[in-house]
Write a protein that binds this ligand. Structure first.
Ligand SMILES: CC(C)(COP(=O)(O)OP(=O)(O)OC[C@H]1O[C@@H](n2cnc3c(N)ncnc32)[C@H](O)[C@@H]1OP(=O)(O)O)[C@@H](O)C(=O)NCCC(=O)NCCS
Length: 183
């Protein structure tokens, strides 16, 4: 895989760009919010240190082409709204998994749809992916709607796959094929 550490994409309202250390406070504000983390695979971040660690890991891993994570910066005011990621890249099978999270204040305005559309276009067109997968908590209706709006199909339900802070939850598995993208 090529290096992703300089990669940026522009959408009508967003600049998608690598996270940098100065984003740590904004990132922490998003991922320490229990509303955002209700169905996440980890508990809300307890300290700002988590944000610094994620950004440091991104700088190294994206240079090595291990995954692509974009910070979503609103063009209008430069505010960081969230992030979206293509990870678990499996080159042989040309597949990847998608992940995303956004500040509660930005919900319901189509920002994530805009970001994910651009990231998927990059994945299918530039990385030549054949399949993108998502694993969500089936109770996460906003996330399911986001996936379905992009053309993902629900392909499976795995029981009791996650335990987060003692809470056991299932996985809803979704897939989007290259042949279905933007048809
Ligand atoms: C999942 C999550 C990103 C979805 O956010 P969202 O705001 O519903 O998604 P979008 O940004 O695509 O916006 C779509 C909504 O904006 C509305 N909207 C307004 N203007 C729009 C536009 N120009 N384009 C598209 N949608 C628009 C849509 O009608 C839709 O609302 P609806 O679902 O009530 O119909 C958000 O709920 C979140 O961050 N949750 C916490 C983290 C999380 O659970 N992540 C997923 C883990 S797998």
């Amino acid at each position: 895989m090529p290096s992703f550490d300089q990669l940026t994409l522009t959408t009508p309202r967003l600049l998608l760009r690598p996270l940098r250390d100065a984003d740590a406070p904004a990132l922490f504000a998003i991922f320490s919010d229990p509303r955002v983390m209700r169905y996440w695979s980890t508990p809300p971040w307890p300290t700002l240190e988590e944000a610094h660690k994620l950004i440091a890991r991104d700088v190294e891993s994206m240079a090595a082409g291990k995954y692509v994570r974009f910070g979503m910066e609103r063009l209008e005011d430069g505010q960081l709204l969230g992030n979206c990621t293509l990870f678990n890249l499996y080159e042989q099978c040309r597949r990847a998994e998608i992940g995303y999270g956004m500040s509660a204040a930005a919900w319901g305005k189509g920002y994530m749809h805009e970001a994910l559309s651009a990231m998927l276009a990059y994945g299918f067109d530039e990385m030549a992916l054949n399949r993108v997968e998502a694993d969500i908590d089936p109770r996460n209706e906003a996330s399911a709607r986001s996936l379905e709006r992009l053309g993902f199909k629900k392909e499976g339900h795995l029981r009791e796959r996650w335990i987060v802070d003692g809470e056991v939850s299932d996985s809803g598995l979704y897939g989007l094929l290259r042949s279905e993208w933007k048809k």
